[in-house]
Each structure stands twice: as structure tokens, then as C-alpha cells.
Design a protein around this ligand. Structure first.
Ligand code: ZN
Ligand code: ZN
Ligand code: FE
Length: 759
């Protein structure tokens, strides 16, 4: 007989880990115990050496899909005369705050089989779950994660459910949201309903959807608005009522087989679609897919696909028999509706029927959005299924730190010890409602982690709502963090890089230390400091903010600069469609340099080129023209345009004026937009590689990190990887969004570095 103490760290609580350990120990005929503790899970096991070795091997190899083991440490233990294997109750005060609330988990195969089995007592039951699946973060009211501290507290388990919950060999042992049709939550129609409808709300909603109606559906993290994705009229009506003109809608398919009929998927995309997080996956739409064109009316060739995450979604998709548009339950820029009352008030005018239920959502959480880049997933919008799982920090924080994030696509981050917890995507902080959601998101993280920040980090931009919030908070220590430094350090943090690195941060705009807008920056960076080692030539933004949606203004500025004030407007159809007065006004501004703040964002180059060569003067939503310019690129084009770069200058600056002229010449020669776009991407990749190689000559061949919203673009990210080749260790954002949704993570790590030792 021998003994082992095995300490496991990582996301191992609330994911069915202890019952799984219990079953494994029994199969290997081991005695001992398992318990949750402050660091994760600790096992004490006794048996023969062979059985212990087999057990430890299986712990490493077979962990539940939703668990993420960060470390497994083993030490010898004197044998003890224990009988059998037991799961010890965890004492609330010993449960680690950081790991006590897991993310929501998509319905597992075993639960789905029960829901679909007419002989099972959970047949057709929309709230079926077990220790391997079900709601977690979105029903949690407080920590530690226990039924009494979730919105399931009011449901008293029936004897059968109680038995499952109490039996260590059962799949539902300590499944906090355990429920059945007898004792658990129920569906109901929140809008007025006939007697037939009320008897079977799900069937009633499915019927309306088949008829082309709009349904509001209470899902895991909030309400969705659903329509038949194959019906042009239904999708068009939803656009009108939701006031969303062009931005593509996500589509839910009933299963992977149906998803394959809608998009061309590779293995990485398939794996992501069926993962426990069940994000929206951006994939290439299949030609001839049975989808209404109104799902993406702007010609976007991608489709955002997701699979059912809950039994309710599985049942609904099966009842409707066709893919459904599933978009956030809100009007235009409002936050997500997540309680029944609010949904009635705000979605009543949009939806024809509202499907609700009596299990409250405690923490609103949008669907996450992912894309496969360079063969692996990148989380573009981080929410349901990922939050509040922390990013593990290589160096523990000296004190708890709050990062307030950026202004657009805001997400906050609360870092405690060696864990940085990004909150769910909040959205753009443009109105009082989203600002309230932002404040609630901070308060919820503080409550769940039982942590009060001692340092508050914020962007340097004085007009961001998140900056104003940070400055108004009571904590005495505030740290302003440069936007692109935060992009770079966020990527360093998730890869455990201590720095220095050569960081490349490309986005639309971010406040520079000189008060101007930056966005095409190469930085030599550590968490404590950065130095700019490369940038792009400035673009005058005629009319300031107005130029961001009116991309033609940027196009004009690029041409004006490239042709020394004599742009060949007659050669480009873009300008023929614009009112002469407006055009003259902007030319005047550019010539006189009035109301033309200077900006450097790579996103602006995408806007300008897209406007010029796709003949799209305006973006219908933020980043639309840039996105379409990316998507226009032909795949098999290898050439690039020439650009200028003075490597000996104090701040090497890429000058794309020769590229603009070459692109116009291509256009004159009748080359398609796809070719010009591909060459533009290749040019940026080559320019980036030149900046990085220049920095490496001066500062050494350091690791390279790529951050900022422009690296949501696979063509650019993969192009830079290719251009740098094997000479460099290049890292992409994976776990935290490349765009401003990942900023708060970098803010936390930088604020720690800057205030360390100051206290
Ligand atoms: Zn399950
Ligand atoms: Zn029950
Ligand atoms: Fe940014």
C-alpha cells in the first residue's frame, strides 16, 4: 500500500470534477478522499503503486471537457487505514473565490439524450442539466457557487432530484441547478396567450416562428430575438423593428450536420462549435446555403453560426425544423434584456411572442463570438461560456486591481492574485443603460471574488465613460494606461511573457501619450514601460469623428496626400456619387488643415481603401467598410505594393503613399477589388515585418505579440506570421479579445507593474 496527495489547480470546481474523481478512484480500487479547497481540488488516495499510477495518468488524460487543469502536483503520503473513497464537503471559507464560479456549460450528450427520450422523466424538459453541463455564472448571485446562492434557491428539489443530488455515483451529485419537470423551472408565455398556447408554450412559439413571426426567447444569459433564418420577410421585419439595418445576424443550427449545410467548416471550427462554451463561430457561408440574404444584407460572405447551448434551444430548433436567427434581445444600442419584466417592456414592441420562464438570470451574458485564425480559436467577444474563467497570470498581482477597459466593446477586468477575471462583454458605453450595465458588471465581479480593488486602471482618453468612472471611484490609487500598451501587455499576460517584447498594436483609434490618436504602433514593451519603435504616417481626419463613419473622407485624405494635393478624383467612381458641396467642403478642410485632427489607425487605412475600391462612401455600422475590405481579398494573390520606410529615423514611419498610387494604377488597369485588397493586406504584412525586423536589429530578437482590433482579421494576422517566418516567436491574442474587449486585462497587469512597491 502507498499513498499520494494530489493537488490540482485550475478551473476544477463546479464542473463535475469531484464526482468524476470519485468514479475514477472506484474504478482503480483506491481508497481515500477528494475535496474542494482554496486552490482547487485536493485528493488523498491510497492503494497499490500500479493503481495510483494508473489513477494519476487518467486524471491528466481524461478530465471533464469543461475542466481546465492548470497544474497537478503529487507528493507521497503515509498509507492510512481508510475504507472506500469519499467526497468530503467543502467548507465555504475554504473555497477559492477565484475558481468558485464556473462559466455556463452547454447541454451534455447524456442530458440531451434524456430530454429526447420519451421514456425518460426529463423528456422534453427545457431545464435539464447535470454536473457536466448547465447554467453556472448566469444564475450565480454570490460566491461560493452553491444552490442557495443561485437563482435556483427558490426551487425545492423533489425526492427523486434530491436523491440524485446526494448520491456520489450519480451524474447529478451536487449539480447545483438540478431540476426536473416536477420540481424545477417552467416555461411560460410572457405575452398574452390563448389557453392552447399556455398549455404548451414551446409549441406555440415554434408555430409562430414557422409562420414568420418574431419571438423573444429567454436563454441562458439573456433574451434572444429569434426568427426563421430562411425567411427573407421575417428577417427583414426583425431588422426594421430592432433598428439594425445591415449588421449581420447570428444563426443557430440544430446540430453540426445542419451547420455544415450553411457554412464551409474546418476541424477547428467544428470543435469550437461543439465546445462547452458554444460560442458564435464566424465561418465562410456556403454558396447556396438555405439562408435569407437579409441575414447579412451587406454582402458579408461570413455567417456567425452557433449550436444550441441549452435544452430549450435544442427543443425549439427541433420543433421549428429550420435554422433560426438568434440575435441579442435588445433594441439597437441598448443592453441585453434579461428579466421577464424588462423584456416585456423593451421587447414587447419588437417580438410577436415572448417565451419566458421562472428561473431568473442573475448575471446577463451575451453570446461569445470566436473565429479560427492561424489554425486556432481567437475569442473576439468574450461572454457566455468563457466568463468568469480567469486568465492565469505568470506573476501574481501585488494587490487586487480593477481595469475599467475602453469605451467601445467594453469589458472590465478584476485581477486578484494570479487570476485576472475579465467580465462579460458590456458593449459601447454610449448611453445611460450600458453605463449602468458596466457598473453592475464591476460590482458583480467584486461580489463573486469577494475582492475590493486597491488600484484602479483606466484608459488615457479623457472622454471615455470608463475613464470618468475610474476617476470617480473611491479607491485612492488610479493608473492611466496608454491604449496600445494595454493591447500589447494583454497579449503578453495570456501567454505568460514577462517582456520585453516587440508589440504590434493595430486598431482604429486609441489615445496616444501626445494627445493624438494612435493606432498603427510598434512598441518595445514590458508591463512597466514602453517605447514606440515604429508607426505609420498620419492621416488627417477631415471633420474629426465624422470621418470615422464617412469613410470617403479618409479616402479623400489618403489620395490628397499621395498626389500632393492634386488627387485624381475623376478616376474613381466613389467621388462621382457624392454631393459636390460636401466634397468641396472636405477638400477645403484638407487644404487649409482646419478641423482635421491627425490619426494613425490601421483601421483608417482599411476604411479609406475600402471606400475607394469598393465604392462604399459610408459605414452602416462601426468598422463595416474595413471588414468588407478585408473580406473582399482574393485568396491566391501574392504580390504587395511598394511603401517607404526610413529605418534610420528616430521613429521609423511607414509611408503608404506609393501604395495608394500603385493601387489606383491597378484600379485604372481594371484589376478587380479582390486583387487590390489582397495586395493591400500583403503590403501591411510586409510593412509590419519591416518594422519588427528594424526593432529587432536595435533591441534584439525578442518575442513578438500582435494586438488590437485589426488582428481580428485572419488575413492580416496570418500574413504577418508568414512575413516574419520562423525567425520570430509570434503570439496572437487567443483567450482575451484582440480588440478593445481585451484592453482591461492589459490595464490590470500594467497597473500592477507601475504600483508594485509603491504601497
Ligand atoms: Zn448534462
Ligand atoms: Zn425534481
Ligand atoms: Fe484599441
Amino acid at each position: 500500500m502507498e499513498g499520494r496527495r494530489i493537488a490540482i489547480r485550475g478551473a476544477v470546481q463546479g464542473v463535475g470534477f469531484r464526482p468524476w474523481v470519485f468514479r475514477l478512484a472506484r474504478e482503480e480500487s483506491l481508497a481515500g478522499r477528494v475535496r474542494n479547497d482554496a486552490a482547487g481540488v485536493t485528493i488523498e488516495a491510497f492503494g497499490t503503486r500500479a493503481a495510483l499510477d494508473a489513477f494519476i495518468g487518467r486524471l491528466r488524460a481524461e478530465a471533464p471537457a469543461a475542466a481546465a487543469i492548470r497544474a497537478l502536483e503529487c507528493e507521497a503520503l503515509a498509507p492510512q487505514p481508510v475504507r472506500g473513497f469519499t467526497i468530503e464537503p467543502s467548507r465555504a471559507d475554504s473555497v477559492a473565490r477565484q475558481v468558485s464560479i464556473p462559466p455556463d456549460l452547454a447541454t451534455c450528450a447524456a442530458c440531451l439524450a434524456e430530454v429526447l427520450d420519451p421514456r425518460d422523466r426529463r423528456h422534453g424538459y427545457a431545464f435539464t442539466n447535470c454536473t457536466d453541463c448547465g447554467p453556472r455564472f448566469t444564475i450565480a448571485l454570490d460566491a461560493p457557487y452553491d444552490r442557495a446562492r443561485t437563482t435556483m434557491a427558490g426551487f425545492r428539489m423533489c425526492p427523486q432530484c434530491e436523491r440524485e443530488y446526494g448520491s456520489p455515483s450519480d451524474r447529478r451529485f451536487h449539480a447545483q441547478p438540478n431540476a426536473c419537470p416536477t420540481c424545477g423551472p417552467r416555461l411560460s408565455l410572457l405575452s398574452c396567450a390563448g389557453a392552447d398556447d399556455a398549455a404548451d408554450p414551446l409549441a406555440a412559439v415554434a408555430r409562430r416562428l414557422v409562420e414568420g413571426g418574431i419571438a423573444a426567447v429567454k436563454s441562458l444569459g439573456g433574451f434572444h430575438l429569434a426568427v426563421d433564418a430562411t425567411s427573407p420577410a421575417a428577417v427583414a421585419r426583425l431588422r426594421l423593428r430592432k433598428r439594425r439595418e445591415q449588421k449581420p445576424f447570428a444563426v443557430m443550427a440544430r446540430d453540426l450536420a445542419q451547420a455544415e449545410t450553411l457554412a464551409r467548416l474546418d476541424d477547428a471550427e467544428r470543435a469550437l462549435l461543439v465546445s462547452a462554451a458554444r460560442p458564435i463561430v464566424l465561418a465562410r457561408r456556403r454558396e447556396g446555403a438555405a439562408l435569407a440574404p437579409e441575414v447579412a444584407p451587406d454582402g458579408n460572405p461570413l455567417v456567425g453560426l452557433l449550436l444550441p447551448a441549452t435544452p430549450l434551444h435544442h427543443l425549439l430548433l427541433r420543433a421549428v425544423g429550420r435554422p433560426l436567427v438568434m440575435t441579442s434581445g435588445n433594441l439597437a444600442d441598448e443592453p441585453l434584456a434579461y428579466d421577464n419584466h424588462d423584456a416585456r417592456a423593451r421587447l414587447g414592441g419588437i417580438a410577436d411572442v415572448l417565451l419566458g420562464h421562472d428561473r431568473a438570470i442573475a448575471a446577463p451574458c451575451d453570446d461569445s463570438v470566436c473565429r479560427v485564425i492561424a489554425g486556432a480559436p481567437v475569442v473576439l467577444r468574450r461572454a457566455r461560456g468563457y466568463v468568469p474563467r480567469p486568465v492565469a497570470l505568470a506573476r501574481p498581482l501585488a494587490r487586487p486591481i480593477l481595469g475599467c477597459g475602453a469605451h467601445l466593446k467594453n469589458a472590465v477586468c478584476l485581477g486578484v492574485g494570479d487570476s485576472a477575471h475579465l467580465g462579460p462583454h458590456v458593449g459601447d458605453l454610449d448611453n445611460a443603460d450600458t453605463t449602468r450595465a458596466f457598473e453592475e458588471s464591476i460590482a458583480r465581479l467584486e461580489r463573486f471574488l469577494r475582492a475590493r480593488p486597491e488600484v484602479v486602471a483606466h484608459d488615457l482618453h479623457p472622454d471615455y465613460v470608463s475613464t470618468a468612472h475610474a476617476l470617480a471611484r473611491p479607491e485612492p490609487v488610479k493608473v492611466g494606461v496608454q491604449h496600445h500598451h494595454a493591447h500589447v501587455v494583454g497579449v503578453m499576460a495570456e501567454h505568460g511573457l514577462p517582456g520585453p517584447v516587440i508589440g504590434v498594436a493595430y486598431d482604429g483609434t486609441g489615445y496616444g501619450t501626445d494627445g493624438t490618436a494612435w493606432g498603427g504602433e510598434a512598441l518595445l514593451a514590458t508591463p512597466a514601460a514602453f517605447e514606440r519603435v515604429g508607426t505609420f504616417r498620419v492621416i488627417p481626419l477631415a471633420g474629426g469623428e465624422a470621418a470615422i463613419r464617412q469613410c470617403w473622407r479618409v479616402a479623400l485624405a489618403l489620395l490628397d496626400d499621395a498626389y500632393d494635393g492634386a488627387p485624381p478624383l475623376e478616376r474613381l467612381p466613389l467621388f462621382a456619387s457624392l454631393p459636390a458641396r460636401e466634397l468641396d467642403g472636405v477638400r477645403h478642410m484638407l487644404a487649409r488643415r482646419v478641423n482635421t485632427p491627425l490619426a494613425r489607425g490601421i483601421g483608417r487605412y482599411f476604411d479609406g481603401f475600402g471606400a475607394l475600391f469598393l465604392n462604399r462612401p459610408r459605414a452602416a455600422y462601426e468598422g463595416q467598410v474595413a471588414l468588407l475590405w478585408n473580406l473582399a481579398a482574393a485568396v491566391d494573390e501574392g504580390r504587395a505594393y511598394v511603401f517607404d520606410l526610413d529605418g534610420a529615423a528616430p521613429l521609423p514611419t511607414v509611408d503608404l503613399r506609393p501604395s495608394v498610387r500603385a493601387a489606383v494604377a491597378d484600379f485604372d488597369a481594371g484589376r478587380p477589388a479582390g486583387t487590390i485588397s489582397a495586395r493591400f493586406h500583403n503590403t501591411l504584412a510586409a510593412a509590419t515585418a519591416a518594422l519588427v525586423r528594424g526593432a529587432a536589429r536595435r533591441h534584439g530578437r525578442l518575442p513578438v505579440v500582435l494586438g488590437g482590433g485589426c488582428f481580428q482579421n485572419p488575413l492580416l494576422a496570418e500574413g504577418v506570421l508568414r512575413a516574419l517566418g520562423r525567425d520570430f516567436d509570434v503570439r496572437l491574442p487567443r483567450e482575451a479579445p484582440p480588440g478593445d474587449g481585451g484592453i482591461a486585462l492589459g490595464q490590470v497587469v500594467i497597473a500592477d507593474a507601475l504600483t508594485r512597491g509603491a504601497a
